[in-house]
Design a protein around this ligand. Structure first.
Ligand code: PMP
Length: 335
């Protein structure tokens, strides 16, 4: 392992580990550990790729300002890259977002503008509309816009995809992924269509999202709500090419979160809630096979951010996702 000149060089080239103890039917299932990126998630890759593309085509000048509407992992990735490259970063965030996330972003040097959570697209205070307005009002500002920025899927087409192919030594049958912006699905799908068209792209989607029903029935449904963070949509983002998907699974919050908890207990991997959705879909896919396959899914971010939620029995019970606290924890001591 080399010594790196900057954390930016540590983005990507993430390790892969095989699932050993969970039941994978006749298949072998491998996890690409994107939580090992320096900013803690898969989004470091696209932050770097979108910023470097904007530098190359002149939309971003030295000392310029980046604007994005997100409180999620993309914000953390952008904050990390902006801090290292000397850009100002302005993030517009709905006020329902967890304080911890805002503290983390501010600690990285990002400027955070809070806005209302109770208004929808088209309202001037809606976080995306506000980000667009701030971009128009700020000289030299660049609106990153992960949902439509082509450098988002490119990061996966040229980075994540080739890494997976090499780590699997060219023997791979299916990749299970989720959709937030669609960058991962579209980038990996394009890479495999070109390199190994027999590799299936399998979508694992939260219950309530419109994407899996759209793949299965071709019809747009009314979106519901879900607790899993970072994936599932109420629209199809411009960066999301669903024609690349050959199979789709719908996973509810209970299955996603109990699976993420099992992943930690059984395999020692601390993943976030979207990882739970992906792994649950991947396990269902693996168990449904009649012949052995080699399957990859992603650990998109670290479970650190979810310790007081998904990994907390009381929170899980409050949400109706766990029947009773597990033995030996605080629940037994105080009851
Ligand atoms: N998991 C997590 C935790 C995320 O934050 C995201 C991105 N919002 C994804 C998965 C999905 O990735 P993509 O945007 O490439 O569809």
């Amino acid at each position: 392992m080399p010594s790196f000149r900057s954390v930016l060089e540590m983005i990507g080239n993430t390790p892969m580990v095989e699932v050993r103890r969970l039941d994978t039917g006749p298949c072998r299932l491998f996890l690409k550990l994107e939580n090992q990126n320096p900013g803690g998630s898969i989004k470091d890759r696209i932050a770097l790729s979108m910023i470097e593309a904007a530098e190359r085509d002149g939309r971003l000048k030295p000392g310029g300002t980046l604007i994005e509407a997100t409180a999620g992992n993309t914000g953390l990735g952008l904050a990390l890259v902006a801090s290292q490259k000397g850009y100002r970063l302005l993030l517009v965030i709905p006020d329902k977002m967890a304080q911890e996330k805002v503290f983390h972003l501010r600690a990285l040097g990002a400027e955070v503008r809070m806005t209302r959570s109770d208004v929808g697209k088209g309202h001037p205070d809606y976080y995306q509309d506000m980000a667009e307005r701030l971009t128009r009002e700020t000289p030299g500002a660049f609106y990153v816009n992960q949902f439509a920025n082509p450098a988002n899927p490119v990061a996966h087409e040229t980075g994540t995809g080739p890494e997976i192919w090499e780590q699997m030594e060219g023997r791979l049958d299916a990749v299970v992924c989720g959709v937030g912006s669609g960058g991962t699905l579209t980038g990996l799908g394009r890479f495999f269509r070109k390199t190994a068209p027999n590799v299936k792209m399998v979508l694992s989607d939260p219950k309530g999202s419109v994407l899996a029903p759209l793949v299965k029935t071709g019809k747009m449904t009314e979106a519901g709500s879900w607790l899993v963070e970072g994936i599932g949509e109420d629209f199809v983002p411009p960066n999301c090419d669903l024609s690349l998907v050959s199979e789709a699974y719908t996973v509810d919050d209970r299955e996603a979160m109990t699976t993420a908890r099992e992943l930690l207990r059984q395999e020692g991997v601390l993943g976030g809630s979207s990882t739970g959705t992906l792994l649950a879909g991947a396990l269902r896919y693996c168990r449904a096979q009649t012949s052995p396959q080699r399957v990859v899914t992603l650990v998109c971010d670290s479970g650190n951010k979810y310790l007081s939620k998904m990994f907390n029995d009381f929170w899980m019970a409050d949400q109706g996702l766990l029947d009773r606290p597990s033995k030996g924890d605080l629940g037994d001591l105080i009851s």
